[in-house]
Design a protein around this ligand. Structure first.
Ligand code: NAP
Ligand code: GDD
Length: 322
């Protein structure tokens, strides 16, 4: 069975993708960056089944070394500085990792084994101030954050290496996808964890930013299958993955608080600290190309996703306080 290298395996998507590839009998190599504390929370259940190696998207030689040692047939580049607000505080780091890191990895592939299939984790943030609704593969980009700008570079360098060197390199333009493994700083998880803490009496309020922003939210487990499907095609092509439905942050609050019998208006406080210098107001995917060519259809509805995340956070918070 093939070997796959996942960068960003300790993140939300990396952990689900590792689960998925193991279920298909892949040999999974996970690249992690060195840190003073271990960040294996999301992969501890599969730690014995995968090979963890150290590497960093800042460091060219570490990428060449891993390609030479493991010679993976597939590389999934999920590593990034992925939190949009941080990209205004650390724009240069965001560019180094999220943009130039992709070129470093592509160079390692090109020199060590140009037959390797490469997946780049591109983002609906590239559409930013959207030029059309819904957004599809041909919609022009208009990024609104240093993160979005970095992802546009990463997208085009992936396309460029395909066209320049004939690499099988594809860009998956994924709309927001969430899960109980989502980082606590992202709005969905912040809300579901806040709901659990309020319901279990640990706090009385939840401070949020712009409640009117609209996102196309799906379940992360569905999206990692789409990544894999893109690398199984005969031709390397780019695809949008999303549900085709959009909801405001306010609706997410309504659904999450409502699920445990609470009214979000009694607890949510709009706090300017969480507003962004430039906002992405509306994202909604047209995933018809992925449906047509990959037969990819997300299984989780918005309501199921909200309930899954609230249930998981209720369990987690209850465990913490017991
Ligand atoms: P995430 O949970 O924030 O995970 C990011 C991963 O990147 C972590 O494993 C992190 O390692 C790693 N990383 C950061 N800097 C690195 C570096 N310099 N070298 C090596 N690894 C580094 O993100 P996610 O939600 O799983 O998203 C995965 C990818 O998809 C990201 O590229 C993101 O931008 C993109 N994306 C996500 C979504 C979404 O809705 N989730 C949508 C579109 C695109 P540590 O654990 O050490 O921090
Ligand atoms: N994080 C956060 N915290 N967002 C808030 C808050 C808050 O307190 N209040 C309102 N929001 C709004 C943000 O202004 C934004 O419009 C929306 O909620 C979603 O924010 P995030 O959950 O932080 O995600 P994102 O859409 O900025 O970025 C995520 O999705 C992208 C794909 O579109 C990340 O996963 C990116 O890495 C990914 O590329």
């Amino acid at each position: 069975m093939p070997t796959a290298l996942i960068t960003g395996i300790t993140g939300q998507d990396g952990s689900y993708l590792a689960d998925f590839l193991l279920s298909k009998d892949y040999t999974v190599i996970g690249m992690v960056r060195r840190s003073s504390t271990v960040t294996f929370e999301r992969i501890k259940h599969i730690q014995d089944e995968i090979t963890i190696i150290q590497g960093d998207l800042h460091d060219q030689s570490s990428l060449v070394d891993v390609m030479e040692e493991y010679r993976p047939e597939e590389v999934y580049n999920l590593a990034a500085q992925s939190f949009v607000p941080t990209s205004w505080n650390q724009p240069v780091l965001t560019g180094e990792v999220t943009a130039l890191g992709v070129t470093r990895l592509l160079e390692a592939i090109r020199h060590v084994n140009p037959k390797t299939r490469f997946y780049q984790a591109s983002s609906s943030e590239m559409f930013g101030k959207v030029r059309e609704v819904p957004q599809r593969e041909t919609t022009p980009f208009y990024p609104r954050s240093p993160y979005g700008v970095a992802k546009v570079y990463a997208h085009w360098i992936t396309v460029n290496y395909r066209e320049s060197y004939d690499l099988f390199s594809v860009s998956g333009i994924l709309f927001n996808h969430e899960s109980p493994r989502r980082g606590l700083e992202f709005v969905t998880r912040k809300i579901t964890n806040g709901v659990a803490r309020i319901k279990l009496g640990l706090t009385k309020e939840l401070h949020l930013g712009n409640l009117e922003a609209q996102r196309d939210w799906g379940f992360a487990g569905d999206y990692v299958e789409g990544m894999w499907l893109m690398l199984q095609q005969e031709q390397p092509r780019d695809y949008v993955l999303g549900t085709g439905q959009t909801h405001a942050v306010r609706e997410f609050c309504e659904a999450a608080f409502g699920y445990v019998g609470l009214d979000y208006r009694d607890y949510v406080i709009q706090d300017p600290r969480f507003y962004r210098p430039a906002e992405v107001d509306l994202l909604v995917a047209d995933p018809s190309k992925a449906k047509r060519e990959l037969n990819w259809i997300p299984k989780f509805s918005f309501t199921e996703l909200v309930q899954l995340m609230v249930d998981a956070d209720l369990k987690l918070v209850a465990k913490d306080i017991s």
